[in-house]
Design a protein around this ligand. Sequence first.
Ligand SMILES: Cc1cc2nc3c(=O)[nH]c(=O)nc-3n(C[C@H](O)[C@H](O)[C@H](O)COP(=O)(O)O)c2cc1C
Length: 310
Amino acid sequence: MVVREQKTGVDLAVELCGLMLRTPLIPASGTLSREALGEVEGVYGAMLPKTATPVARAGNPPPRVAETPAGMVNSIGLQNPGVEVFLRDLDAFDLGVPIFISVAGDTVAEFASLCERLADDERICAVELNLSCPNVECGGLAFCAGPASVEEVVAACRAAVSDKPILAKLTNGGVVENARAAEAAGADALTVINTLPALTVDARMRKVLVKGGLSGPAIKPVALRAVYDVSGVVRVPVVGSGGVTSGTDVAEFMLAGATAVQVGTASFVRDPYEILDEFTVYLKESTLSAKELTGALRGVRPVLTGGEDI
Ligand SMILES: Cc1cc2nc3c(=O)[nH]c(=O)nc-3n(C[C@H](O)[C@H](O)[C@H](O)COP(=O)(O)O)c2cc1C
């Protein structure tokens, strides 16, 4: 295991829902494999493995990933061994930082029973609800397709797990209304955003290559805007996700209002330790602590608004 200590005198710690994170970085669910765990000691403030579902899922058939000019499109699906096997093997993710668990179900009742299953497991510090998955009782629309279903699923999970923070992970569509609904239903934090709907086509073969979600640098400005808008209207903390690739990106998300920041696609092409290093240098040069960054853009008039009142 590679252990790399930060001895910079810079205060990287942030507080999220009463949990102290020694850095504001969290791996985005689905992007940190068990095999890579030995390489990331000291980088992340919390662990967040891939979404777990009630029973094992094989995921979608290949091809499941396509590179794009500024990111990737994936349709992995929620491939996972099911919650019981997942919990059996969870200790592998214990790197001495709080463990967050991402869950998804096909129905509100499945979400709630997953939360009930996790409620008494002391290894688990927080639960992230992956609300991008389809609700089979609503014709396959995503749980975060609208505020009514967000409210219903978050309220059911809140009732099932009373003493662990719940993070509701939202997609970009309708994100402000959905964020308000999640907060009203008892979410302790909001993760903003998941991948954006996308398609890649193989022109030579004249077929769809991958129909899935776009991630990586291409979605960063969209995610930043969502974080900025959402953090301006809710009182709960916002966790940024979408295209974070450098330490400056981490700073941008925190300035826009994020309390912590998830690193996903970038970890396939960069050593996440370098991202933390760059962020540390940024803080050192700014003589700021990590927590002082959050929301520091508020009240600062944006440059080049393009006529829009943001
Ligand atoms: C290969 C891959 C698998 C993913 N699996 C999940 C998942 O299981 N659960 C989830 O909530 N999000 C999943 N995501 C979305 C990421 O957690 C993240 O929200 C999104 O990719 C945007 O961040 P990024 O641009 O930094 O990757 C996945 C993304 C990728 C690229």
